[in-house]
Design a protein around this ligand. Structure first.
Ligand SMILES: Nc1ncnc2c1ncn2[C@@H]1O[C@H](COP(=O)(O)OP(=O)(O)OP(=O)(O)O)[C@@H](O)[C@H]1O
Length: 249
């Protein structure tokens, strides 16, 4: 049986006055390729921060890799590529090699290893995203899509068991979007669990296996085929849902 890597049970969350998530439950299993879809302001970033341990839910339980989240020590098993990972301009003073190496700081054990080993790890991570020839280039000189692949390498160098990517195709041209999804498909086939967080509903055209529709709560979570069978009315009810309105009635 597949191991559950992220289990959220009955999670609710509110900032001071804004209710954002309500009674949300979601399980992501080993090997899954999940698209987490939601319109602007639907709570995607908030949910990510909860999963990454940066915010504490108001109520509910979280288990990571089968362990209660507060006891879970292997945070490096969850790799994260942020929304701003492809927005460096020409003046940014770091090489591709340096950016990828900065992913090692979390894993102190690896960071302290011999420099030769570190170089091998950097090369291996860049090879995995097909960016090895750019090793010594300045990150700011690369295209948005290339920068994004470097940041995926930065996450991969810590040997995560799953990768969460926040709005990975924003600012990436169409050709690089296609290359990005090929890379995701390859990583997933090699066993990487993937979660793509996006407001772009077209991501389900790729090799995604499961889709979660979020807007304050989970409106649908199941197979891609099940998502594609949703009616226009169901999708528009999900998109126009307001957590505040529901909680007031
Ligand atoms: N620090 C904060 N304090 C108060 N309210 C916040 C804070 N961060 C986000 N919010 C509010 O919480 C709601 C959900 O925001 P969140 O950033 O999680 O949504 P999102 O789905 O990631 O949006 P987007 O697609 O625009 O990035 C929004 O109404 C937002 O204004």
């Amino acid at each position: 049986m597949k191991q559950p890597l992220i289990e959220l049970q009955n999670i609710s969350f509110q900032y001071d006055y804004t209710k954002v998530l309500s009674h949300l439950s979601l399980t992501i299993n080993e090997g899954d390729f999940v698209a987490l879809l939601g319109p602007n302001g639907s709570g995607k970033s908030t949910l990510l921060k909860i999963i990454l341990g940066l915010l504490k839910p108001t109520t509910g339980a979280i288990h990571l890799f089968g362990e209660e989240a507060s006891k879970f020590k292997k945070r490096e098993w969850i790799g994260y590529v942020s929304q701003k990972a492809n927005a460096f301009n020409g003046g940014f003073p770091a090489t591709v090699k340096e950016v990828v190496a900065s992913g090692l700081t979390k894993k102190l054990g690896l960071f302290k290893r011999k420099a030769t080993n570190q170089q091998d790890l950097i090369r291996e991570a860049l090879q995995a995203v097909d960016m090895l020839p750019y090793l010594n280039r300045n990150i700011g000189e690369l295209s948005g899509g290339q920068q994004q692949r470097v940041f995926i390498a930065r996450a991969l160098i810590a040997k995560p068991k799953m990768l969460i990517l926040d709005e990975p195709t924003v600012g990436v041209d169409q050709e690089n979007v296609a290359i990005f999804y090929q890379l995701m498909e390859k990583l997933n086939k090699e066993g990487m669990t993937l979660v793509l967080v996006t407001h772009d509903m077209s991501v389900v055209e790729s090799a995604v296996t499961d889709v979660a529709c979020l807007n304050g709560k989970i409106h649908y979570y199941g197979s891609k085929e099940g998502y594609e069978a949703l009616t226009k009315e169901q999708i528009s009810a999900w998109y126009s849902y307001s957590i505040e309105q529901e909680e007031c009635v």
